[in-house]
Ligand binder design. Sequence first.
Ligand code: NAD
Ligand code: IPM
Ligand code: MN
Length: 356
Amino acid sequence: MEKNIVLIKGDGIGPEIVDEALKVLDKVCEKYGHTFRYTRILMGGESIDEYGVPLTDEALDTAKAADAVLLGSVGGPKWDDLPGHLRPEKGLLAIRKGLGLFANVRPAYLYPELKAACPLRDEIIGDGFDMVVMRELTGGLYFGARETVEQDGQMVAKDTLTYSEEEIRRIAVKGFDIARKRRNKVISVDKANVLDSSRLWRKVVHEVAASYPDVECVDMLVDNCAMQLVKDPKQFDVILTENMFGDILSDEASMVTGSIGMLSSASLNETKFGLYEPSHGSAPDIAGMDLANPIATILSAAMMLRYSFDLDQEADAIENAVKQVLADGYRTGDIMSDGCKQVGCKEMGDLIAERV
Ligand code: NAD
Ligand code: IPM
Ligand code: MN
């Protein structure tokens, strides 16, 4: 199979983790006889430094023309004082919107080998957790009108949260579809006791649920959900939620399953196209030190093979290689526990590639 992949290495640990995912993809190509052609584009801080903007129109067009995009991470202290529309993160929002990637799938799975990295007690962990956050990605607070103005002698800032029925319906359908392939349970998370947008969310989710009588649908308020994730994570199969709540809850779910360094993600539209990226950020505190865990990015590459290219066997091979490396006792610092062997980012990539 031949595929064109756009690569965005980005900032901070981005280049380090993407290089390890490439190592693993090279091994897949060698073993299964595929050809992946890579085109690099710049986004985030690296694009600001080169072109003065976080994403150029040309870069977006290049991404549009590809079969899939693989991304490291963007952002860092160097660019933190720029105005909002020129920040690295704006590049990420622009590519999500520009490619229509409204569905962000973030699987949080506790590998049995990683139980010691889970901060919860043994009796809560039991035989582990396996959930997925289905996060709406191109609406809500991230894309509403915002402004900062002077009013009565002080500055006042405003961000607006808007959802249309259609935006809610299409992500709900994705959530119920994925639940059908899993354990048939959707927990829809909102703040319907306060927000109009959440009351509309709940109404539309219930309408969609009516077409999925085989899938249990439970409403949960977001504050309760944050608490339940730590109290009893086993109850979760699919968490269906809007953009901002999904951002926050997915970081929480990642820690419950060991580390943010393990949380992969796929951002999808209605086609086979997708953007694949770890859920974590550019980790400026450990950038350039060979300390980053590349597994979230490597698992995101596996999601790319599965969702965009229908290469299930190859995706399985990567996921099994990750499982094997953990079973063999290798850990990066973020998932380290007693009796394991600590390795750096590069060595972790080598060890996984070897096992593909
Ligand atoms: P972060 O996810 O970058 O880091 C939070 C903590 O987790 C840090 O201690 C970091 O060292 C650790 N961590 C993250 N990924 C790791 C990995 N793979 N291996 C080991 N440890 C890891 O979040 P932050 O510090 O809040 O944000 C830093 C920058 O990243 C900000 O500029 C933010 O906007 C940006 N960001 C970008 C993305 C993205 O590109 N998708 C996502 C989140 C944050
Ligand atoms: C993520 C990140 C982004 C988000 C930021 C960097 C814009 O935190 O992908 O989770 O909030 O969506
Ligand atoms: Mn986030």
